[in-house]
Design a binder for this molecule. Structure first.
Ligand SMILES: Cc1cc2nc3c(=O)[nH]c(=O)nc-3n(C[C@H](O)[C@H](O)[C@H](O)COP(=O)(O)O)c2cc1C
Length: 234
């Protein structure tokens, strides 16, 4: 296969990448725009699971928002991690990004709940992704039901089949730039599983119609399954 090195300039559409046949484009992150890099990462690191994260402010005001920079990262201790990006500063001249409500709440209260997102919950999940004022209660806006958690203050989403109550383990702040993110790592302290998804005493993975986020505004369902045994190494 011919190998040709090209570098992408900030004006180029990321979709151009897909049109190039039989060439390899090499991209140096510092040389491309933030939006081109964002596009490459989101389009190729996919599908991503979605953490629907509920938090409360120190005064107890509820917040709910989705994050697809998300995964389970350790079983012992049981850790989940998601990455809220920073926002452009509202004050002109400020150079540091501002935290989203979720990050601010987690930093201040050290607790959150991760609710998983099924195909049925696609629309309400999307409603909660608006850049609302902190005073907005996204549970009400999305018409989903808050249920008190067992060990943390934020409520879980009743309609989600699996919810993880988490206590803050660590926050990694990568840069104060408005284009950067922080990684929030939480230790799972309690798990709720809807009985409809329990079979023979275990979580029935085949009954969960989870969705994943692709690039742009695309999502994928996880109902198309492939079974593949791992190689046995003697
Ligand atoms: C499916 C989906 C996934 C998202 N993933 C992220 C993410 O990983 N990081 C992020 O900063 N924003 C993400 N967003 C955008 C946030 O949900 C949005 O900024 C929201 O307003 C944050 O709410 P908050 O200010 O209440 O925390 C995502 C949006 C959607 C619809």
């Amino acid at each position: 296969m011919p190998h040709k090195e090209l570098s992408i300039s900030s004006g180029w559409s990321v979709t151009y990448l897909r049109c190039i046949k039989h060439t390899i484009m090499n991209v140096s992150p510092p040389e491309i725009s933030h939006s081109d890099l964002y596009g490459i990462l989101l389009n190729s690191v996919a599908p991503r699971p979605i953490a629907w994260v509920s938090t409360v402010s120190p005064s107890g005001h509820p917040n709910l928002a989705p994050f697809s920079f998300f995964n389970a990262v350790c079983v012992d201790p049981p850790l989940l991690a998601f990455a809220p990006g920073l926002r452009q500063p509202k004050q002109g001249g400020a150079v540091h990004g501002e935290p989203k409500d979720t990050l601010r709440n987690v930093r201040e209260t050290k607790e959150f709940v991760v609710n998983v997102v099924t195909h049925d919950l696609l629309q309400p999940m999307n409603v909660t992704s608006g850049e609302y004022d902190p005073s907005v209660n996204e549970f009400k806006l999305a018409k989903v039901t808050p249920v008190p958690s067992r060990l943390v203050r934020p409520a879980r989403v009743a309609e989600s089949p699996v919810s993880f109550e988490c206590k803050l383990y660590q926050i990694l702040d990568f840069s104060p730039a408005p284009t950067s993110s922080s990684l929030v790592i939480g230790e799972v302290v309690s798990i709720h599983i809807n009985d409809a998804h329990i079979k023979d005493g275990r979580l029935d993975r085949n009954s969960l119609d989870l969705i994943g986020r692709m690039g742009g505004i695309q999502y994928t369902r996880t109902t198309d399954r492939i079974e593949l045994a791992r190689p046995k190494v003697e």
